[in-house]
Design a protein around this ligand. Sequence first.
Ligand SMILES: C[S@@+](CC[C@H](N)C(=O)[O-])C[C@H]1O[C@@H](n2cnc3c(N)ncnc32)[C@H](O)[C@@H]1O
Length: 220
Amino acid sequence: MKRRMFCGSLAAAGAAIPASGQTRSLPLPETATTLPLASSDGEKRILAVIDRARRSGEVYLEVPVVDGRMLRVLAETANARQVIEFGTSTGYSGLWFSLALRRSNGRLTTFELDAGRAGQARKHFEAGGVSGLVKVVEGDAHRNVRQVTAPVDVVFIDAEKGGYVEYLQAVLPLVRPGGLILAHNIDMVADYVKAVTSNPTLETVFYMQGGGLGITLKKL
Ligand SMILES: C[S@@+](CC[C@H](N)C(=O)[O-])C[C@H]1O[C@@H](n2cnc3c(N)ncnc32)[C@H](O)[C@@H]1O
């Protein structure tokens, strides 16, 4: 009988699979790191702000394009009605989420400590025509997270690294079963990785492009 071959299978290519099950990383197509094509005037307007914000330097520690695209795809796939973000900065990742929220008729609540960056974020959301979809909450997110009510569909943690576990504990009870908790710069938060990989009600995968993203599914 002929052996079935799987795309990307090292065994099929005759290579040995390491005992850890680790696989090689594959090269990205060039189009993975460029802005996506717009399918409507609304998308075009948001993507123009995304492009302009980075070119003009009106960003601060923003997610790379590959990650922004991933955030949008995950939120849109989850048909997210309520997205919570810790670490707005100037609204760059929020603009990516807004591409999904236009489709799902969802809302983003995003928390930022720095008043200047929160103000710039509001300007970006206004320019993208999505300020009605986004609420920027200024101040310490550890305190302000108490305003959040269930059900939450998607959480994005991208504020100070020492706070990730506390953010997780604060929102986890509010996330609906089947909801997602996304964490940026996952290589910098060992305590968070331990928390999401030692809980049997969670399933976490790691997307190690761009800044590295932990993608956690709340199973129950
Ligand atoms: C890495 S940046 C976020 C980048 C943003 N997600 C983007 O892609 O444009 C981290 C942000 O978290 C904010 N931050 C840090 N600690 C915070 C806290 N306790 N509450 C709210 N925001 C906080 C910082 O002021 C900073 O703007």
